[in-house]
Ligand binder design. Structure first.
Ligand code: KIV
Length: 276
């Protein structure tokens, strides 16, 4: 049971019973570790742009990159649900292409669902994708693809009117059939209110502890991304200095001639050498 592939039904059943865990992954070895750790959902986030590709904005990645990385992740994962993050131009720039692009995550990349961020035509696009048989995770609050329109990378829903809008967005997405909703950078009490009002799980990032689950960008959680660290991030390990130390040791040993040693080298019999 523990090793069986997690389904939409399992995630829905966890609401109010067991916290849901989600992490991002973008490549085979990391996804394999996330799956081995027993994480319930792996998100191939468009944060790929920032933490892997060194780009400034998530809007700079497209379908080609997202499908490429999603394929690497699904090759590694056997248990967790894998969610492909729909890039900005796949549904916001060209809403008419949303179904075709969502299906590519399922049919080509073998993902189990997609995630898309709130925007002005979100309900219409989400409905089309769900009707095409693709499980959808909604994403409201701070939506990085349209952060400019939200006044930048700021906490959302801080006054009653803005919070009411978030509640309505969550209810609208849940009614359409989203099987989970990501709440990003929302006051904890508003996240709690949304969690209590809807019948599908909420997965928070910077939304406090009352949500049904939590998601983090893996590079933040393991200390592999230093460009900026949001307040909500906890580094569960700080890998960057450890990796740096190992690389410096490698350089030192090569330069000093202590690596490779005989235990890392291949030998040939003396008699064969003599023949030469
Ligand atoms: O792209 C991403 O990593 C995300 C998470 C921050 C939820 O959307």
């Amino acid at each position: 049971m523990e090793n069986q592939k997690i389904t939409v039904k399992d995630i829905l059943a966890m609401k109010g019973r067991k916290k849901i865990t989600m992490l991002t992954a973008y490549d085979y070895p990391t996804a394999a570790l996330v799956d081995k750790a027993g994480i319930d959902m792996v998100l191939v986030g468009d944060s790929l742009a920032n933490v892997v590709l060194g780009l400034k904005s998530t809007t700079e990645v497209g379908m080609q990159e997202m499908i490429h990385h999603s394929k690497a992740v699904t090759r590694a994962v056997t248990r967790a649900m894998v969610i492909g993050d729909m890039p900005f131009d796949s549904y916001q720039v060209n809403p008419d292409d949303c179904v075709k692009n969502a299906r590519r995550f399922i049919d080509e990349a073998k993902c189990d669902g997609v995630k898309l961020e709130w925007f002005d035509r979100c309900l219409e696009v989400t409905e089309k994708i769900i009707k095409a048989g693709v499980p959808v995770v909604g994403h409201i609050g701070l939506t990085p693809q349209t952060a400019d329109k939200l006044g930048g990378f700021k906490v959302q829903g801080k006054d009653a009117e803005a919070a009411k809008r978030l509640i309505e967005q969550a209810q609208g997405l849940a009614e359409l059939g989203c099987f989970a909703i990501t709440l990003e950078c929302v006051p904890d009490k508003i996240a709690q209110m949304i969690t209590d009002k809807i019948n599908v799980p909420t997965i928070g990032i910077g939304a406090g502890k009352y949500t049904d689950g939590q998601v983090l960008v893996i590079h933040d959680a393991i200390g592999l991304f230093d460009r900026y660290t949001p307040k909500f991030v906890k580094k569960f390990i700080n890998l960057s200095p450890m990796i740096l130390e190992a690389l410096q040791e490698y350089k030192k040993e090569v330069v000093e001639g202590t690596y490779p040693g005989p235990e890392h080298s291949f030998s040939i019999k003396e008699e064969e050498l003599k023949k030469l």
